[in-house]
Design a protein around this ligand. Structure first.
Ligand code: CP
Ligand code: NVA
Length: 319
């Protein structure tokens, strides 16, 4: 049976399969190391539309497609008719006739939803201003590997901006039953609806979701401490105010000292060294940052296999 146009816009879109995705991503990493990767995407093609820069997401999507037997085409809106006023809807309809899936890095989540609404093949969110779901699949895979596949009783602290990464992290952690506590200054907290959604999942899983003021309180007894940039792509006009608001929301060795013995730092990258994280932590042994970056490749494969393994272009789905 053909699966037509199942999207991944929010991490909640793969909530049910999330544990299986983490297991599969880990397995695909091992298979790659053994030179035994399967080719479930043979003859499949992915369009990659990026409105903003990317190092990890772009490379991992493209390489994941190629290594699983498929093909990827990078499309910059500046060089597409999209940049000259062709609508997102028309673009989606046309690309759906060529490709088996579209990944989209957008400034506005409304545009992400518009593309998904009109595409008849899966649309995968490669980051927008609301979420960064593929990043969090890789991050949870990193934790899954380090903690032997068990999240129960673990505590993840997040320090900094209540941004796209934090939203997906709150939701994803809650879905797998990982206790999550985020220290975010007033005025930069995520919308209450996301916190509510995360809490509903956590309740079902017997875990907790907390938002606090103090980085120290969040880091206390944490098994891992995560941060992201203070100024996300698109927020540059507020850079000065943000740097002021987030002063003190930094992962450094003093903050890590409040975490549990054996705890490690996490960052989705790119980092602004000296702002949200110090060189000492990034370049030290107590971090999982480079594993997170590598796992983007393996997690992307698990995602692509799930969503695109059985789709074909030109199909319509009921709206
Ligand atoms: N973490 C992440 O998404 O990095 P890029 O912006 O380089 O893709
Ligand atoms: N929050 C960051 C993540 C970059 C991968 C941004 O949106 O710029």
């Amino acid at each position: 049976m053909e699966v037509q146009g199942r999207d991944l816009l929010s991490i909640l879109d793969v909530a049910e399969e999330l544990p299986a995705l983490l297991r599969r991503a880990s397995e695909l990493r091992a298979l790659r190391a053994q030179g035994k990767l399967p080719r479930p995407l043979e003859g499949r093609a992915l369009a990659m539309i990026f409105e903003k820069p990317s190092t990890r997401t772009r490379s991992s999507f493209e390489l994941a497609m190629v290594e699983l037997g498929g093909h990827a085409v990078y499309l910059s809106p500046k060089e597409m008719q999209l940049g000259r006023g062709e609508t997102i809807a028309d673009t989606a309809r046309v690309l759906s006739r060529y490709y088996h899936g579209i990944c989209y890095r957008a400034f506005r989540w409304q545009d992400e939803e518009e593309l998904a609404r009109w595409a008849s093949v899966p649309v995968i969110n490669a980051l927008d201003d609301r979420e960064h779901p593929c990043q969090i699949v890789a991050d949870l895979q990193t934790l899954w590997d380090r903690w032997g596949g068990k999240f129960e009783g673990r505590r993840l602290a997040y320090i900094g901006d209540g941004n796209n990464v934090l939203r997906s992290l709150l939701l994803g952690s809650a879905v797998v039953g990982l206790d999550v506590v985020a220290a975010i200054p007033e005025g930069y907290r995520p919308d209450p609806l996301v916190v509510e959604q995360a809490r509903e999942w956590a309740e079902r899983k017997g875990s907790t979701v907390e938002i606090v003021d103090s980085p120290k309180a969040a880091a206390k007894d944490a098994d891992a401490v995560y941060t992201d940039v203070w100024v996300s792509m698109g927020d540059e006009a507020q850079a000065a105010a943000r740097k002021e608001a987030f002063r003190g929301y930094q992962i450094n060795s003093i903050l890590m000292g409040h975490a549990k013995e054996g705890a490690f730092a996490m960052h989705d990258l790119p980092a602004h060294r000296g702002e949200e994280i110090t060189d000492e932590v990034m370049d030290g042994p107590d971090q999982a940052i480079w594993d997170q970056a590598e796992n983007r490749l393996h997690a992307q494969k698990a995602i692509l296999e799930l969503l695109m393994g059985r789709t074909r272009p030109g199909t319509r789905r009921p709206r």
